[in-house]
Design a binder for this molecule. Structure first.
Ligand code: NAD
Length: 300
């Protein structure tokens, strides 16, 4: 029997994810606050409200901006928990603070629903290509039920642990990514300022102990890697404002758990400074290179 799926939140990520579910043959019902986005998912049935979208489906997926939107969708008086049929599996793919994820999952459990937090990495390109990575928190049984739908939207599925663990793993990864990217930009700027060619230096560091993901696939220096956002004016990719959102979640999570994150805090401040100094919010996050070499901004 075809799985019936409700999908709420059809923005840059949710729209293409819902389209991949339709393409995989699922019966899909969709809702967004913006009616034009509801129309944009050909082959899916539009629902007039979130509650209607969550009724009569086996699985309800949400892809919303932040924790307050997720709490509003699930916990509101006419929200998902008040409307969904018993047994509906709930999967929130938004990147939100772990405390909100656990709060909503606990409220769901109280009403007899199973819920997963399943934030993604892979960006809008991954959403369109159906190659996202899902980082899942919740029970193994619930993940097994959700797996066919997740496989239609992604390539890698990791089970991080209990509810909230998906959000924590995603936050840890993105904090490390910000640290690696700013460190890589700093090393490249130092080399270039001292007469080295950025491509030669990148090749040396890639094969040496400084090698990392930024050097391997996402070099922040223009012209080193033709496929990287740095070589096309830092357009597309993963925007600075989204990195700042994730770094904010990392700092809040560190505060709540009494964790010291000195490198993460520095990366957070560098990215904030970069966003304001260069009006870089909507540029790719590798544009942090501008902070070390402002002349590159003028060149782009
Ligand atoms: P977006 O702003 O493009 O889309 C969010 C959509 O949710 C909007 O269309 C909005 O109208 C809708 N919405 C908000 N509240 C709603 C409600 N109560 N009911 C119905 N619809 C509602 O955001 P996005 O880029 O698609 O990101 C979604 C989530 O994915 C965020 O948590 C983001 O951090 C995460 N994420 C984004 C990327 C990326 O590259 N864009 C990558 C990984 C993770």
């Amino acid at each position: 029997m075809t799985l019936k799926i409700g999908f709420v939140g059809l923005g840059n990520m949710g729209g293409p994810m819902a389209r991949n579910l339709v393409a995989a043959g699922f019966e899909v019902r969709v809702f967004d606050l913006l009616p034009a986005l509801v129309e944009s998912v050909a082959g899916a049935r539009g629902a007039p409200t979130a509650a209607a979208c969550a009724t009569g489906v086996d699985l309800l997926i949400s892809m919303l901006p932040a924790g307050r939107h997720v709490e509003g969708l699930y916990l509101g008086a006419d929200g998902v928990l008040a409307s969904a049929d018993p047994g509906t599996l709930l999967v929130d793919c938004s990147t939100i603070d772990p405390a909100s994820a656990r709060k909503v999952a606990a409220a769901a459990a109280e009403r007899g629903f199973e819920m997963l937090d399943a934030p993604v990495s892979g960006g809008t390109g991954g959403a369109e290509a159906g190659t996202l990575t899902f980082i899942v928190g919740g029970s193994a049984g619930a993940l097994a039920r959700a797996r066919p739908a997740l496989e239609a939207m992604g390539r890698n599925i990791f089970h991080a642990g209990a509810n909230g663990a998906g959000q924590i793993a995603k936050i840890c990864n993105n904090m490390l990514l910000a640290i690696l990217m700013s460190g890589t930009a700093e090393a490249l700027a130092l080399g270039v300022r001292n007469g080295l060619d950025p491509t030669t230096l990148s090749e040396i560091m890639k094969q040496s102990s400084g090698g990392n993901w930024a050097l391997n696939v996402y070099n922040p220096y223009p012209g080193v890697m033709p496929t990287a956002p740095a070589s096309r004016g830092y357009a597309g990719g993963f925007m600075v404002e989204l990195m700042n959102k994730d770094l904010g979640l990392a700092i809040a999570t560190a505060e709540q758990s009494g964790s010291a994150v000195p490198m993460g805090a520095l990366a957070r401040n560098l990215y904030r400074m970069h966003e304001h100094t260069h009006e870089a919010g909507r540029f790719d996050f590798s544009s942090i290179q501008w902070l070390y070499d402002p002349a590159l901004k003028a060149r782009d």
